[in-house]
Structures are given as structure tokens and as C-alpha cells.
Design a protein around this ligand. Structure first.
Ligand SMILES: [Zn+2]
Ligand SMILES: [Zn+2]
Length: 388
């Protein structure tokens, strides 16, 4: 029975000594194994993972490697468990933890910065200067579960209390797994972008982050919010989440002109680039007005040419966004608690944790118009009960 010294548990939430965990072998190869249930240290809790969503970045990690960094290198064949968008229930408290209670439901941010480097001190812990320097030695403080430490495609994981956001009981597990996605959009638009109400925003690409950027921009009072994308079904969800106008780039080859037409003939204040299309960055640079800002939220797979002279002569800012930061996720949860938008509109499929490869295939190949695909360990139990 799980009873590590100094760790507080409850008989209401019995914890086994070992758990099921997916482990990354060669690129694209995942195996379900038994692993010891990890033990929380100071300022950490053990979270029973109730739902884990699959993110495009998980696919990057599983098939390509980066941005995961294990023992200073690629994450393959290192007994590493990926998965970084999850939520769950606190089931054990590390020494000295009184900020959370056993039984409390939480959304989980992934990055716990070291807390002592320059960027962590600024609240930009996803840019922690100790990133990736600590696998197997978490005493350095930095953890990015699913990137530098074991992640969420398993039954239990350890999280620093600074990465937790308490959620209300009326929020579903699936929606809880999307709080951080909304937090990322919040961080992009407010903390890094400086958006204020009434400014105009284009979101290019209606993946999960793009759709959440539409919802958050609208909830923040942006006007207009324009979504550009090539799939009509995604544009429809964008409208449901608050887009004032949409452009189907397949039907509108000059997307820059189409956006300006929708904004009274002018460029917009912000573009959030979520499509990873190589042409999209240069289009974004030409969609913003003088002094406008372009947020890059998608991983391009090749070098992208941009019109630097146009950027310079028009005071345009380009900035990358990684994950979340400062209090963005807490504020995203507050928005969701107020029902300012319905993040569950981007959740399309749920599979048992044991079916992770199927879930990944749905997410990767967008089977059945999949957007956010979630796996749940408890679903396994439910199915097993049904089968007996
Ligand atoms: Zn993600
Ligand atoms: Zn740091």
C-alpha cells in the first residue's frame, strides 16, 4: 500500500503502489507499462489523473521528439511518459502542503519553473532557464510534465502546487482538461500581447488554441474577432465561440484583403497565428496595422520567409508564445466558471486511457472531425465493469 514517509493520504482515496503508464520507445511507439506511483515532495501533490487531452505538441513529442528534452536530449527510449494537458483529483499531499486538500479537483498547468531564475521570477516559467536540466533530479525545482519529466498519459502524477488551479464541481473532466488551453490564449493576448477591450483580432487556424483564442479574445472585449481557416465545420465552431466574422481561406485566396475588408479597410491590431502554414506568418505581418502585433502560437515545420522590411518600417511586433504564464490559467478558469464561453465545444471524443493509440490516431488524422480528443483512466474501469 502506498504510504511514503511525510506524505498525507486519505482512506477515501486509496492509492496503489504501481500504476499503468504509457511509455515512449522509438518515435511513434508507445507501450503500456507498470510504473511506481510517484511520490510528492515539498510543495507538491499527487494528482489522480481523471482526464488527459491530446495536444498537437504531444504529437510533436511522440513522433519528432522536441520540444521534449529528456536527460539533455531526445525523449525516445528513456522510459518517458508523455502527455501534458490533464486534470484530476488531489489524492496525496507532500510534506508541508496545506494549500490543497485530498479530494479536491484541479486543472493542471504543466510547467513548474525552478522559481529562482530570471524568467521564473518574472512569472514566465515556461521560459525557465533551467528547462530540461533536471530529469531524474527534480530538486532543481523545474518540471514540465510531459516535456522534461513524466507526463499525464498514466494514472497518477506529481505536480507542484503552483501548477494547480482548483475547479468547480459543475465543470466536467473534459472541460477541466481545457482550462490550460484557454489559459494559453489568455497569456498570448493579455500578458504577452497587452490586448485591451475594443482592439481588433484575427486568429488564423481553428485548431484548439485558435478556437480558444477566438473565445478568449471575444470574452476580453476584442472587436471584431475574425477567424481564418479552410474547414467550414471549424469556422462554424468559431462563430459559436464568438467570432464576429470568418474567412474560408480556400474560397478567399487573398486572405489579407478579405480581413481588411471585414475591418473597415484597415489592418487589425493583433493576429494570433495558430495554423503553422508557412505562408501564414507573412500574411499575418500584412494583416496587422502599423504598430500591430503578431503572436506565433504554432510550430512551423520549415524556415518561414517574412517581409522584414515591412515589419521594421511599420513597427510590427512578432512574438512567440509557449504554454501559459503568470496567472493566465487562473483567470481562464474564472472566465469558464462564469460561463463566458463554452470550451467543451472543442472537445469531440473520449477514449479509455488503454486506447491511447486510437485516441492519438483520431487526433492526428482528424478522424470523424476530431478536435480535442481526451483519454480517461476511469473509463477503463467503467468498461471493465460492463464487460464482466
Ligand atoms: Zn498542449
Ligand atoms: Zn526558472
Amino acid at each position: 500500500m502506498y504510504a511514503p514517509a511525510g506524505v498525507k493520504t486519505s482512506t477515501e482515496f486509496p492509492i496503489p503502489d504501481t500504476m499503468k503508464a504509457w511509455v515512449l520507445g522509438d518515435p511513434g511507439e508507445l507501450t503500456l507499462k507498470d510504473k511506481p506511483v510517484p511520490v510528492p515532495k515539498r510543495a507538491e501533490v499527487l494528482v489522480r489523473i481523471d482526464a488527459a487531452a491530446i495536444c498537437a505538441t504531444d504529437l510533436e513529442v511522440i513522433y519528432q521528439g522536441p520540444p521534449a528534452m529528456i536527460q539533455g536530449g531526445m525523449p525516445f527510449n528513456k522510459n518517458f511518459t508523455p502527455g501534458h494537458e490533464y486534470m484530476g483529483t488531489v489524492v496525496a499531499l507532500g510534506p508541508g502542503v496545506d494549500e490543497y486538500k485530498v479530494g479536491q479537483r484541479v486543472a493542471v498547468e504543466i510547467h513548474a519553473g525552478c522559481g529562482q531564475c530570471k524568467r521564473c521570477r518574472e512569472g514566465m516559467y515556461t521560459s525557465c532557464h533551467n528547462y530540461g536540466h533536471n530529469y531524474g533530479d527534480v530538486d532543481k525545482g523545474h518540471r514540465a510534465n510531459g516535456f522534461t519529466t513524466d507526463g499525464g498519459f498514466c494514472e497518477y502524477q506529481v505536480n507542484n502546487i503552483n501548477t494547480l488551479v482548483a475547479i468547480q464541481d459543475d465543470m466536467s473532466d473534459e472541460e477541466g482538461a481545457l482550462v490550460v488551453t484557454a489559459g494559453t490564449a489568455m497569456y498570448a493576448l493579455i500578458e504577452l500581447g497587452g490586448l485591451v477591450a475594443g482592439e481588433s483580432v484575427v486568429v488564423s487556424g481553428a485548431g484548439p488554441i485558435g478556437l480558444m483564442a477566438v473565445a478568449v479574445a471575444k470574452a476580453l472585449g476584442a472587436q471584431p474577432v475574425i477567424l481564418t481557416e479552410m474547414r467550414d465545420n471549424r469556422l462554424k465552431i468559431g462563430i459559436e465561440l464568438g467570432a464576429d466574422a470568418v474567412v474560408n481561406i480556400r474560397k478567399e485566396p487573398d486572405v489579407v484583403a478579405a480581413v481588411k475588408k471585414l475591418n473597415g479597410g484597415k489592418g487589425v491590431d493583433y493576429v494570433v497565428e495558430c495554423s503553422a502554414a508557412s505562408k501564414a506568418v507573412n500574411d499575418a505581418v500584412h494583416m496587422v496595422n502599423r504598430g500591430g502585433k503578431v503572436c506565433l502560437a504554432a510550430f512551423a515545420h520549415e524556415q518561414v520567409p517574412v517581409d522584414v522590411a515591412h515589419i521594421v518600417s511599420n513597427n510590427i511586433t512578432l512574438y512567440g508564445i509557449r504554454g501559459e504564464g503568470k496567472s493566465a490559467v487562473h483567470r481562464a478558469e474564472a472566465f469558464m466558471r462564469q460561463k463566458r464561453f463554452d470550451a467543451s465545444k472543442i472537445h469531440t471524443h473520449t477514449f479509455p486511457l488503454a486506447d491511447l493509440p486510437t485516441a492519438i490516431r483520431y487526433a492526428k488524422d482528424r478522424v470523424d472531425d476530431a478536435i480535442k480528443v481526451v483519454v480517461k483512466a476511469k473509463l477503463d474501469a467503467a468498461h471493465k465493469v460492463a464487460a464482466e
